[in-house]
Design a protein. Sequence first.
Length: 401
Amino acid sequence: MIVRERYLSKIRPFYDQDLIKVILGVRRCGKSVLLLQIMDELKEKGIPESQIIYINFEYEDYAYIKNDLDLHEFIQKKIINEEKYYLFFDEIQNVEHWEKAVNSFKASKNVSIFITGSNSDLLSGELATHIAGRYVSFKIYPFTFKEVCELKQITNRSDREEAFEDYMMWGGMPQRFMMTDEFQTRTYLSDIYDSILVKDIITRFNIKDLDLFNRIVEYIVTTPSQNFSAESLSNYFANKESREVSKVTLYNYLEYMSKAMMVSKVDRYDVRGKRILNGKYKYYLTDLGFGQIMNIGKRPQLGAYLENIVYNQLLSSGYDVKVGNLENGEIDFIATRFGEKIYVQVAYILADDSVVEREFGVFKKIEDNFPKYVITMDKFDFSQDGIIHKNVIDWLLEDSY
């Protein structure tokens, strides 16, 4: 596995601080490997292995640690002197009331604490009460395309193009690159998909109508980058499935998928009115592999996949991303980071003048001078009127974290 410097560089300044380091990400996106890389760096700095305690709560070895009291008792036996200890708790959401134990360690021990979790509301509810203001959080994502090229040591253009086609179909889950054929890849991704559904959604939220839930999930993952509202989904199931589904149920199921970080919900932003539009959102897959395993026999939606890849790249690069709503159109992404802003349009191919006019023309309604990009698969540069056109592979490889 490659060293994920894009994340290590952000976490490294906090190694010895008493703030709790919270690392969030969908299952199997590389959180555990990242913890191991942090531990390796600590050992290189001279920290004895005896002062580094790692627990992965998905291992059967630790199945007996069920709640905060069990965890507290386990750690108490491990800390035997006043030296600084480094505690690594992987998939800590499996421990009931874990936040009480973590808060106790922080208050009473000389420790630096790292935790990972696979649901986005790990930092809500009880945790907010117990350690509010005492943690820093980092979101981890599957491999970017640049990381894929680094992993596979790809440097020439033709190999990059082949790798990108594979990336667009099967996504960037780190361990899937260890698979040797499509059957292994599909089986591996299916196992992750099922694990997320069962452990992070169905069991956690006590879903009863499994057939309905599975149909909604399948619809979302096989139609990424689309505009959704509870009303439109409700109409779809009424017309196509002859099934009445309440808007409340739809909102809940979509929210559960977002909390499990299987998908990202993106707000629509009224560019002229400068406000968030409630009720209508776009959903993007955290990893395109989820869509591929459910898309058997269906025609690939290459434009939607490309848009999804660009969105994920912006997120992993630290941008806050919204969809721009115009009076007679849409800007795919308005991305902000540390006071900077960029506008991004995504199209698969600029096939003719009408497509060029559509993708570039939308920026005519934007009155500020922030950078504006059109990103496509084209190799010819169509940049015009101050609007930058980029080939998607070139743009992805320019990523500097």
